[in-house]
Design a protein around this ligand. Structure first.
Ligand code: FAD
Ligand code: NAP
Length: 447
């Protein structure tokens, strides 16, 4: 049985594909955009959503991109591509207006519109096509959908990260206790006088800002962060070197323990709060208190680990450990937003292959330097994984910054030669001991 798809691309999916992609988020969209310039690889990508939609549950008012718009789907490796952010602006006749707007950070709505514009024009993408199951027989992967299947020689998993909810939250998940990934849909109808937001990363910050701006009935807001403080993103020149190919090449030379240490040390280059979000929250609290004389009991509590939630006659009862002084506190709320992060996991559709794939002792995927999984199938049938290499390739892997560069590695690997020039530039920072040559060759695994 062969899949028949109604989509923005009518290309053939009945033959064996060179590459089948699961998921169309920015990562696989970048790969599809680069493959479009190559032309010789027969690839097709499948997305469960009915159209491209970039984290729709977090499209809160005024949210901004945390990275440069030049780190788009293609520009860092193929600046002449028609699928760049600049091409989008030109096509929409607003390049000058965009420049005149002098954004410090691009609105996320604008970048999402750019991504959707590419997705609506590029060949080789099919929406409304959830991959339900992947199997392998002899030398072919078979991807099954609700209405058929396709076969492919290679796979690329681009299903992104999954919202993480602590186990104690599971019994309460619903309209009054939800992950921030549902915020856009749930906040408008949320009617609660006391709200607790758990998690002090950018998602937590954006939810807190939205609550302070949109909920006149809010009387009490508890914001818990497990970090030492409401930590800002480290967005300075030297820190940003970790978002460079040179850093990744250096990082790949480390052993697992060294990688863990380096990752820990670089977390806030990626996962801290944007300065604009910090300022917006602080100023809103100032305005409410001193200029509008509106009292919201805003309790901002860093160093707090929420360890248990229950329900009593006073609503949700949160048990919180204070990591600063060791105390244990209790707080109450009528609603809880879990801004507790995201994790990579293989999609359920891959369950049938899981016992053929290698995981480390922490149940993380063993990702080779060229973004291929270690699996016990034939060497020429590869399973690439995007946005799965935070531990193996460093902090940048879970961000947009190096997605074009990573996609270019996958293209080179599929072609078996250096179609894209990915030689490192001179680094401003010496990461490795002198005499230690960066192992660029390690990316080129021999198949
Ligand atoms: C709210 C938010 C904002 C962010 N903003 C930035 C930023 O400004 N700058 C930055 O560098 N990073 C940012 N990030 C981090 C990262 O860049 C994004 O998470 C990015 O979306 C990752 O892209 P992706 O394609 O790997 O995954 P995703 O965007 O999650 O896309 C995965 C896609 O796979 C689909 N899918 C899943 N399972 C299946 C299946 N079985 N079959 C078919 N399709 C499937 C999903 O529907 C989804 O569309 C942000 C993260 C979040 C959560
Ligand atoms: N506009 C944007 O560009 C935008 C918007 C949202 C997100 N993002 C990006 O997306 C990524 C994910 O961001 P995120 O904020 O969703 O996740 P995150 O950065 O991982 O933050 C989640 C936080 O929740 C904390 N946490 C987890 N369980 C907790 C508990 N039981 N009690 C208290 N705290 C708990 C974690 O603590 P620990 O630190 O101890 O693990 C962590 O600090 C980041 O890279 C971020 O920059 C970007």
């Amino acid at each position: 049985m062969t899949a028949m798809f109604a989509n923005n691309d009518r290309s053939q999916t009945s033959e064996t594909l060179d590459l089948a992609g699961i998921g169309i988020g920015p990562s696989n969209l970048s790969l599809a955009s680069l493959l479009d310039s190559v032309g010789t690889i027969h690839a097709h990508f499948f997305e469960r959503r009915s159209k491209f939609d970039w984290h729709p549950g977090m499209m809160l008012p005024d949210v901004e991109l945390q990275s440069s718009y030049l780190k788009d789907l293609v520009t860092p490796v193929l600046p002449t591509s028609p699928w760049s952010f600049i091409s989008y602006l030109v096509a929409h006749k607003r390049l000058y207006a965009f420049l005149n707007a002098q954004y410090d950070a691009v609105p996320r709505r604008e970048f999402a519109a750019y991504l959707a514009w590419v997705a609506s024009r590029l060949n080789g993408l099919t929406f409304d096509a959830a991959v339900r199951d992947v199997s392998f027989d002899k030398d072919r992967f078979r991807l099954r959908f609700d209405n058929g299947s396709v076969v492919a020689k290679n796979l690329v998993v681009g299903t992104g990260t999954t919202p993480f909810t602590p186990s104690w939250a599971a019994p309460f998940l619903g309209e009054r206790c939800f992950h921030n990934s549902e915020a856009f849909f749930r906040l408008p109808s949320l009617n609660a006088a006391r709200i607790a937001v758990i998690g002090g990363g950018q998602s937590g910050g954006e939810v807190v800002e939205a609550l302070l701006n949109s909920k006149p009935a809010l009387k009490e807001l508890n914001w818990f962060s497990r970090r030492h403080n409401f930590e800002p993103i480290n967005d300075t020149a030297f820190s940003n070197q970790v978002f460079s190919p040179e850093y990744v090449y250096a990082y790949l030379n480390l052993n697992n323990d060294q990688k863990q240490e380096a990752l820990k040390a670089s977390v806030l280059t990626s996962d801290g709060l944007s300065i604009s979000t910090i300022n917006a929250i602080y100023r809103r609290l100032y305005t409410l208190r001193y200029l509008e004389n509106r009292h919201i009991d805003a309790k901002l509590s860093p160093n707090r680990d929420v360890i248990q939630v229950g329900v009593d006659k006073d609503g949700y009862r949160l048990v919180v450990r204070n990591r600063f002084d060791g105390g244990v506190e209790v707080a109450h709320a009528d609603a809880i937003v879990l801004a507790t992060g995201y994790q990579f996991r293989l999609p359920d559709a891959m369950a049938g292959l899981e016992d053929r794939i290698q995981f480390d002792r922490n149940s993380r995927l063993m990702l080779n330097d060229d973004y291929c999984l270690n699996w016990n199938g034939p060497k020429q049938n590869r399973i690439f994984a995007q946005n799965a290499g935070r531990y193996s390739h460093g902090i940048a892997d879970s961000q947009l910054s190096l997605m074009a560069w990573r996609s270019a590695h996958i293209v080179n690997s599929l072609l078996g030669h250096d179609h894209f020039d990915l030689e490192p530039h001179d680094s401003q920072v010496n990461w490795l001991s002198s005499g230690h040559d960066i192992m660029v060759q390690s990316m080129a695994v021999d198949y």
